[in-house]
Design a protein around this ligand. Structure first.
Ligand SMILES: *[C@@H]1O[C@H](CO)[C@@H](O)[C@H](O)[C@H]1NC(C)=O
Ligand SMILES: *[C@@H]1O[C@H](CO)[C@@H](O)[C@H](O)[C@H]1NC(C)=O
Ligand SMILES: *[C@@H]1O[C@H](CO)[C@@H](O)[C@H](O)[C@H]1NC(C)=O
Ligand SMILES: *[C@@H]1O[C@H](CO)[C@@H](O)[C@H](O)[C@H]1NC(C)=O
Length: 320
């Protein structure tokens, strides 16, 4: 084995936990991403100004128009005041956050989208076209909404089982999905066609995640039969075998991948883990290069990825 040090701009990337006074403290986080909160008799999420860190009063007003728990939220990539939510109450709602934040309970959405017949666990804005929103529900349907009309524009009925994860590619021409039937699918939503598919992308029966990296590259996380966590890279032009398969460790938390198109760094976080590991993606074998691991010392309960606009460039922060 030759010990050649691979050139990388990101060799020295390191993790750093925020000081206590820069954390969001005492939030009764329930299940999903930042910052869905526990609410009695309904579903709610907190929206806090970025600089409002520290202890959050339990009575802080929330966005609370859903009839049952909020399962996913996503900020609009085109407007920092617009956020979409998906709920156990079978609806998707779009909210406008007032200029100076949520100062009183926000119960009236801009629009409430009804089509799903079961709870809706996934909501994702189109990355480039404004007013286009995707949702996926436990009815195994993916619905792409045109908010100008408030109607489903495209309905994709091609999953035989629960959809675990949906990811747009960078320009929004394709989506990829991870499904409970263990298949990963690449779908052209305009043609309503599956253009690539891998059955049993991971052998284990625990949930998978699938996200787009570059044009024809998909990253998946999943489990093998022995519950070992795996990370795989796929070429959508030939999904027969993975381009790379990394065997990580045995743990129960589903690994959630986050990819930064600018730096080509992949972050892997697992619920129940105390670490975040990161890898660099390149076009040279083995394509996915381990960079480092950040250990926080406390158990992770949920993850969200801050848009670049929220980072502090004067301290060379590349992700939060
Ligand atoms: C946060 O920033 C806003 C606008 O810059 C400012 O008015 C407000 O006082 C700040 N709040 C805190 C808690 O620092
Ligand atoms: C979007 O990306 C796909 C795959 O990367 C590419 O084939 C396609 O030409 C792009 N579409 C547009 C409109 O740029
Ligand atoms: C898919 O999974 C990734 C990583 O867990 C997450 O960032 C993304 O929000 C998920 N997408 C949807 C639509 O659930
Ligand atoms: C950004 O980082 C610099 C250097 O560490 C610090 O002085 C500044 O207060 C930070 N800005 C914000 C908005 O946190």
């Amino acid at each position: 084995m030759a010990f050649v040090v691979r050139q990388s701009k990101f060799r020295h990337v390191f993790g750093q936990a925020m000081k206590n006074d820069q954390c969001y403290d005492d939030i009764r986080v329930s299940r999903f991403v930042a910052i869905v909160v526990e609410a009695s008799g309904g579903g709610a999420f907190l929206v806090l100004p970025l600089n409002k860190t520290g202890r959050i009063d339990a009575s802080h007003p929330t966005v609370c128009g859903h009839k049952s728990p909020v399962l996913d939220i996503d900020w609009c990539p085109h407007n920092d005041h617009i956020i979409a939510s998906a709920s156990d109450d079978c609806t998707v709602k779009v909210w406008e956050i007032p200029e100076n934040g949520v100062q009183a309970p926000l119960t009236e959405p801009l629009v409430s989208l009804d089509y799903h017949s079961k709870k809706v666990g996934i909501v994702a804005w189109h990355p480039t076209a404004s007013n286009i929103l995707l949702s996926a529900g436990c009815d195994n349907l993916i619905v792409i909404w045109n908010l100008d009309e408030g109607e489903p524009q495209i309905i994709l009925d091609m999953h035989p089982d629960l959809i675990y994860n949906v990811s747009w590619n960078r320009n929004g021409s394709l989506i990829c999905t991870a499904c409970k039937d263990k298949a990963v699918r690449v779908i052209d939503p305009r043609k309503k066609e599956i253009i690539a598919e891998k059955e049993k992308a991971h052998e284990g029966s625990r949930p998978m995640r699938a996200i787009f990296l570059e044009d024809t590259r998909i990253l998946t996380t999943g489990f093998d039969r022995m519950s070992e966590r795996h990370l795989a890279l796929w070429d959508t032009d030939n999904m027969e075998e993975p381009m790379t398969l990394l065997e990580l460790n045995v743990a129960s938390g589903v690994l959630m991948p986050f990819y930064d198109y600018d730096s080509k760094v992949i972050y892997l976080c697992g619920k129940g883990d105390t670490t975040i590991s990161y890898y660099e993606f390149t076009n040279e074998e083995p394509y996915i290069h381990y960079l480092s691991v950040f250990s926080s010392g406390s158990t992770q309960r949920g993850m969200g990825y801050m848009p670049k606009r929220g980072l502090n460039v004067s301290k060379c922060e590349i992700a939060r």
